[in-house]
Design a binder for this molecule. Sequence first.
Ligand SMILES: Cc1ncc(COP(=O)(O)O)c(C=O)c1O
Length: 404
Amino acid sequence: MTDWQELEEKYLMNTFKRLPVTLVRGQGARVWDDKGKEYLDFVGGLAVNVLGHCHPEITNALAEQARSLIQTSNLVYSVPQIRLAELLIQNSCFDKVFFCNSGAEANEGAVKLARKYGKLHLNGAYEVITAMNSFHGRTLAMVAATGQPKFQQPYTPLPSGFINVEYDSIDAIKAATGKKTCAVMLEAIQGEGGVNIPKEDYLKEVRSWCDEKGILLILDEIQTGMGRTGILFAYQQSGIEPDIMTLAKGLAGGVPIGALLAKERASVFEPGDHGSTFGGNPLSCAVGYATLKYILEHGVVENCRRMGNYLMSCLDSLKSKLDFIVEVRGRGLLVALEFCSDIAEGVVKACLEKGLLLNAVKPSALRFMPPLIIGEREVDEAMGILEKVLAEVSEEAVATRKKE
Ligand SMILES: Cc1ncc(COP(=O)(O)O)c(C=O)c1O
């Protein structure tokens, strides 16, 4: 049997700390490895597979579009691109869309748009205030935007024009705002940073401050968008409307795509200002359209909210039994379980052996982001595995304490 993991080491750049598993097939919330072993997938391609693996709506849209037209240039009109844009606009507070291929690219576009706005309306202001512990992508500018030194240090000097301030502090944003500020860019909930949920009024306060100063509010909904937090877009929960929103991950349910949405007043690009060869290609847009339409018409967001509450209640009951769990937090199906020590990686490996895929978002925390279409039985099954693994952790801790 081919040793794919050995070949990976030989041929691929050493950028990912991978789990020791090679997945070859998926269906719904389940995946199979190259040895035929089955797993429940609570990573979901990192919050991408909103409809699960190989959903017929997605595979049909993909096959149908592939048979008629895969790629055109943006020198011509493209029907799937226009249809997806229309559906996004009809279901959000925005007026215009630009399509690209990934989250980082969507955020790059958002920052370019804000800088252009600054040139036109804010005397050339170009600085963007972002939050510490945020994650906005891996391009050089987005590494500068991402307020985490571990992603920044290997690549200094970074592009200028980004100020990283404390998350969930309106005072920090106020203190950093100056004549050069054109925008504030935030995640509605910090995903990669550990599923950090801000205080209820935070986004409202930021919105008011941006209005007072005439600067733009960019919301990065790459992880929180497309129903993930139990509502189509997380901004709808916080009672505000951003000027610009970025999407990627779940937008086409697993096919690469990114998008940047803006209110009319912020939509200041003109021909030649921005572009992308593959951005808005018929294939990803046709799948994006099918995915969003399915989400809207089949109660996917409602299921996410219900299953999210159910998952949180199961995790809460684990917390009441195990003293090394310190917090359960999340919204919809973006949930974290925080331990009192750095045991998350060990728990992920033990769960993997027992057939459950999980993510250690931090050394001390697990993240759950299963497909939004999962059912109660799948949550129960995952909880059964996790409970067994945590019971073993608990027994080991007791044994270690006894030895000491
Ligand atoms: C909030 C947020 N923004 C941006 C990105 C970057 O997206 P991509 O990896 O598609 O470039 C991510 C990826 O995890 C994300 O969670």
